[in-house]
Design a protein around this ligand. Structure first.
Ligand SMILES: [Zn+2]
Length: 256
């Protein structure tokens, strides 16, 4: 039985902790201390990394020194012992893991899809770092709008039940922007109310699902005319193709 739990780190990061059959893995340990505390004497069997930012990689050295575990991620990152590339298929925790490249936030950014067989078929678990957030997406630090739009489209083509484990608690602010970008979207209004209630109790809003993102995430709804009109209106444009809509939305959100 696979269990996936968040380890809060810094002000709004989540380090995802995966456990199955007594094995422990973590995704994007920006800090070693909360991981060591969570493991409570158990050993760490491996580390997955989505991209090079320090709040996702800062704990690698200390965890490696303590547990001597493998580190799987983009090959350019210090401390990665097994470089991953798009299309790679491997096994962790006795389950198949697939690697997708999703450039945009950074150029080295990977998304990791874990497949868990169940009686009904399988559950899919997506670890997407800072590419896809609940109701939002990462800033474009290195990539182009076209790259990020393509990356989000790739993730959007996964089955709608796919669980989405983002690396930050940004959902509330993202939904406030989503409500501005698409005021007539009832799914956004409803999700905003749910998330406001969760955050008022200091509860986590993740995981999301691909289905929920397709319904409420403006950055995955650039093809919706109402979103395109709002994005174009912000930029004083008449019409725009999907990548232009995405670029205008991202720029608007950067200053929202
Ligand atoms: Zn990042």
């Amino acid at each position: 039985m696979l269990s996936i739990n968040p380890i809060p780190a810094f002000s709004d990061n989540y380090i995802w902790h995966l456990t199955r059959g007594g094995e422990h893995w973590v995704v994007d340990p920006g800090d070693a201390a909360p991981v060591i505390e969570t493991l409570a004497g158990e050993s760490l069997d491996g580390i997955l990394i989505t991209h090079h930012h320090l709040d996702h990689t800062g704990g690698i050295a200390a965890l490696r020194a303590r547990y001597q575990c493998p580190v799987l991620g983009p090959g350019s990152i210090d401390g990665v012992t097994q470089p991953l590339q798009s299309g790679d298929r491997l096994e962790i925790l006795g389950l198949p893991l697939e690697v997708m490249d999703v450039p945009g936030h950074t150029l080295d950014h990977l998304a990791l899809l874990l497949r868990e067989p169940t009686d009904q078929g399988e559950k899919l678990h997506l670890f997407c770092g800072d590419t896809l957030f609940a109701a939002g997406c990462g800033r474009l630090f290195e990539g182009t709008p076209a790259q990020m739009h393509a990356s989000l489209s790739k993730l959007g083509s996964l089955p709608p039940e796919t669980r989405v484990y983002c690396a930050h608690e940004y959902t509330l602010a993202n939904l406030r922007f989503a409500a501005a970008a698409e005021p007539g979207n009832v799914a956004v209004t409803n999700r905003l109310a749910e998330v406001q209630a969760l955050r008022a109790d200091d509860k986590i809003t993740l995981p999301s699902t691909i289905g929920a993102e397709l319904a409420t995430n403006p950055f995955m709804r650039c093809h919706i005319p109402a979103v395109a009109r709002r994005a174009a209106g912000q930029a004083g444009m008449d019409s725009a193709d999907e990548v232009e809509v995405f670029a205008r939305l991202r720029q608007w959100k950067d200053n929202f």
